[in-house]
Ligand binder design. Structure first.
Ligand code: LLP
Length: 420
């Protein structure tokens, strides 16, 4: 079902006009569809039907509290990577035992807090981290549930900045060191080995790398269990891509049917599964609405200057990512031209789209597509620009879930000069 669609000459999100939301809340404005998020979760649930599986939403993709609540209510747990994300998940009502904690640099304080609230699993990324976690758990008189993140050394065939499962990446424990690391983990009295995990990258658009990684992980599972260390769950990470511009990623249910078939074929079909999808649950559930400020035609390039910028939508600047840019009210009264759509920030890298064919005038609203994941959660305050507002739509109802930041919000932690 199209949750963002044109009707009567303008863009709608579910049962509301995008232009009405922009008028009420101003721009730049992130607008999310609850139905789109629920449909994305449902695709995973369909693919995993009848299995013992937990979808842990990777909240780094979008960690706004109300978004987390949508996923918690849909039955998801959470994949977190910091103490801050832990507090957000708890605040959104997450059950602690449904939280897994990933990341290469967990601090002792973060470990302590996660142990105190009783999270489900620590995804440990190095031997050194095993020893620190063991010490912190023993100090608290508890056992930390752990899974080792193994690096299966497969190519996810995605952008190098978001590929994580290769030998040259900082993530995970190398495949050939994993068995030894498991033996070490099993010998530590502050730890209880519960699983194994891997995550090979993000925006993956084919099934092949997933099956390769699964085979590599299952080889390890068999070796680890043969060494007398039982593994309760298999966490297969996130990474499923979405369509930004013509990509054709597998649907979540198709991917998981293929994965389950491979698991069954290798005799691991009854094992508990954990997943950590982020982008594929929210990416296409959000748009960013921006207003055209100026048109600046030129000899080499025509620029359409809009009020959203790289601080709101960092993906083009960071990864040369392509996001659709479409008029909220398409118009035929001005000629279309080829524009570079750019923001007000003082950097040449501050562009949202290049060489886009658009008919637009100052005052017009544009919708930047696929803006649900890794946009607001990576937003910054560069150029003393407050973060945008966020609105959630369900049917014909809208709710402001993040108010636009004011300049007072931005300098709240700062102090006037007191030295001479
Ligand atoms: N699990 C772990 C351990 C991860 O590191 C990540 C993402 C995920 C799960 C979720 O992956 P997803 O399903 O969202 O692909 N900022 C980049 C993406 C960075 C992804 C980092 N890790 C972007 O905007 O493309």
């Amino acid at each position: 079902a199209p949750h963002f669609a044109y009707c009567d000459g303008e863009l709608w999100v579910e049962g509301l006009r995008v232009a009405d939301l922009a008028r009420e809340h101003g721009t730049p404005l992130f607008v999310y569809s609850v139905a789109a998020m629920r449909a994305a979760v449902a695709a995973y649930q369909r693919g995993l039907q009848g299995r013992d599986a937990l979808i842990c939403y990777a909240m780094k993709a979008n960690s706004t509290l109300a978004i987390l609540e949508v996923f918690a209510r849909a039955g998801c747990g959470f994949d977190i990577v910091s103490g801050g994300e832990l507090e957000r998940a708890l605040r959104a009502g997450a059950a602690p035992e449904r939280i897994v904690f990933s990341g290469v640099g967990k601090t002792r304080a973060e470990m302590r807090r996660a142990l105190q609230v009783g999270i489900g699993c620590f995804n440990v990324e190095s031997r050194a981290e095993l020893d620190v976690l063991d010490a912190v758990a023993r100090e608290l008189g508890v056992r930390a549930p752990v899974s080792l993140r193994v690096n299966p050394d497969v190519d996810a065939q995605t952008h190098p900045y978001i590929s994580t499962g290769l030998k040259g990446n900082k993530f995970g424990i190398a495949h050939d060191e994993a068995l030894d690391a498991y033996r070490h983990a099993a010998s530590l009295s502050g730890l209880s080995v519960v699983g194994i995990d891997c995550h090979i990258g993000s925006q993956i658009t084919s099934i092949g790398p997933y099956l390769d990684a699964l085979d590599r992980v299952l080889d390890l599972v068999e070796a680890i269990e043969a060494a007398g260390i039982p593994l309760h769950h298999l966490d297969l990470g996130g990474g499923l891509g979405i369509e930004y511009h013509g990509e054709q990623p597998p649907a979540a249910d198709a991917l998981w049917q293929a994965m389950l078939a491979r698991l069954d074929a290798r005799g691991h079909g009854r094992r508990r599964l954990l997943l950590e999808p982020g982008r594929s649950l929210v990416g296409n559930a959000g748009i960013c609405v921006t207003q055209v400020l100026y048109t600046k035609p030129g000899a080499a390039k025509n620029f359409l200057i809009v009020d959203a910028a790289m601080n709101d939508l960092p993906r083009p600047a960071m990864y040369e990512a392509w996001h659709a840019i479409a008029p909220v009210r398409p118009r035929a009264d001005v000629p279309a031209r080829t524009w570079d759509v750019v923001g007000p920030v003082c950097e040449s890298g501050d562009w949202l789209g290049r060489d886009r064919e658009l008919a637009a005038q100052p005052g017009d609203l544009l919708a930047v597509g696929s803006a649900g994941a890794y946009c607001m959660s990576m937003a910054s305050h560069y150029n003393t620009r407050g973060k945008a507002a966020e609105v959630l739509v369900s049917g014909a109802r809208a709710q402001l879930i993040r108010a636009r930041e004011t300049v007072a919000d931005l300098w709240r932690q700062e102090r006037a000069l007191a030295l001479d």
